[in-house]
Design a protein around this ligand. Structure first.
Ligand SMILES: NC(=O)c1ccc[n+]([C@@H]2O[C@H](COP(=O)([O-])OP(=O)(O)OC[C@H]3O[C@@H](n4cnc5c(N)ncnc54)[C@H](OP(=O)(O)O)[C@@H]3O)[C@@H](O)[C@H]2O)c1
Length: 259
C-alpha cells in the first residue's frame, strides 16, 4: 500500500487518479479548494495552493501525518484571463502552478526519500517549444495575458524538474504533458478563450485515457532522476541547467521574502 499526494486532486485528471488509488487501497492525500468535490476523499485537505503560507502549512501537515510518501502528483491549475495578484504579492498563476509545485516537491523530499521507489509526477507541458521565463517580471505586471502566464508556468516547471533532479537524484522526477484531455479546465476565461476551452472539452481525449500513462509512471517510476513524456511517449527533456539554476536562485529569493 502506497501513500500518494495529489495536488489538484478534486477535479480532472487529479481526481481520476485519486479515485484510482483510493479504490486500490492506497492512502491518498487530495489537495484542492472545493469541499464538495473533496467530500469523496477521506484524505482531502482543503487549501488554496496559490498561497505560499498555505502550501507550507500543507507540507508541514503531510510531513507530520505521513513519514513516508511514495508519490507526489502535481495537477493543480487555474487559468485566469485577467491578472490577479495574491495577498502575498505574487501573480496567481505563477504562485499556484509553479511556486506551489516547487514548495511541495522540496518540502516533501525527505518523506519521499524514505520510500522504496519515490516519484514526483509534474503534470505540465514538457515538449512545448521554449516558452520564456520573464526574468525581470515573473509576475507579468507589464503585459499579462492568461496564455503567457500558463506558458511561463509550464517552462518554469520544466526547469524545476531539471534543478530538482540535480539536487535529489534518488527521487524520480517525471515531467508529463498529457496532451488535450477533456477535464474541468479550472479557470476564469474571457469569451474567446472560453470558446477554445469548450472545443478542448469536446475534442479532448477522455480523462481515463489521459491518466493511463501517469498511472504507469507512478506504479513503475523510471528510476532516473529526470524524465519527460508527451502523451505516454518518452522525449528528451530540455536540460538547460543554467536557466534551471537561475530560476532556482530566483525562486529562493522570492520565497525568502515570505519566510
Ligand atoms: N486537460 C488538458 O488538456 C491538459 C493539457 C496539458 C496539461 N495539463 C495539465 O494537467 C494538470 C491537470 O489538469 P486538469 O485539466 O486535469 O485539471 P482541472 O480539471 O482543470 O482541475 C484543476 C484542479 O486544480 C485545483 N485547483 C485550482 N485552483 C486551485 C488552488 N488555488 N488551490 C488548490 N487547488 C486548486 C482544482 O481544485 P478545486 O476546484 O477544488 O479548487 C482542480 O482539482 C494541470 O497541471 C494542467 O496544466 C492539462
Amino acid at each position: 500500500m502506497k501513500t500518494i499526494v495529489i495536488s489538484g486532486g478534486t477535479d480532472g485528471m487529479g481526481r481520476a487518479l485519486a479515485r484510482h488509488y483510493q479504490d486500490r487501497g492506497d492512502t491518498v492525500v487530495v489537495l484542492g479548494r472545493d469541499p464538495d468535490k473533496g467530500a469523496d476523499f477521506p484524505g482531502f485537505i482543503r487549501t488554496d495552493l496559490s498561497s505560499v503560507a498555505n502550501t507550507r502549512k500543507v507540507v508541514a501537515d503531510i510531513t507530520e501525518a505521513f513519514p513516508v510518501v511514495d508519490a507526489l502528483v502535481l495537477c493543480a491549475r487555474h487559468f485566469r484571463s485577467a491578472r490577479r495578484q495574491t495577498a502575498e504579492g505574487f501573480e496567481s498563476t505563477f504562485a499556484l502552478e509553479y511556486l506551489s509545485r516547487f514548495l511541495l516537491g522540496h518540502g516533501l523530499a525527505c518523506s519521499l526519500n524514505r520510500a522504496g521507489k519515490p516519484v514526483i509526477v509534474n503534470v505540465s507541458g514538457p515538449g512545448v517549444p521554449k516558452p520564456e521565463i520573464h526574468w525581470d517580471d515573473t509576475g507579468l505586471e507589464r503585459g499579462y495575458d492568461g496564455v503567457t502566464a500558463q506558458m511561463q508556468a509550464g517552462r518554469a516547471n520544466d526547469l524545476l524538474g531539471v534543478d530538482f533532479a540535480a539536487r535529489f537524484d534518488s527521487i524520480s522526477y517525471v515531467l508529463v504533458n498529457p496532451g488535450a484531455v477533456a477535464t474541468s479546465f479550472s479557470g476564469e476565461y474571457d469569451a474567446a478563450t472560453l470558446a477554445h476551452v469548450e472545443r478542448l472539452k469536446k475534442f479532448g481525449k477522455p480523462v481515463a485515457e489521459g491518466i493511463a500513462p501517469i498511472i504507469a509512471l507512478v506504479d513503475e517510476p523510471p528510476g532516473v532522476p529526470l524524465s519527460a513524456f508527451v502523451e505516454g511517449r518518452r522525449i528528451v527533456p530540455d536540460l538547460d541547467r543554467v536557466a534551471a539554476a537561475r530560476l532556482a536562485d530566483l525562486t529562493h529569493d522570492l520565497l525568502r521574502s515570505h519566510a
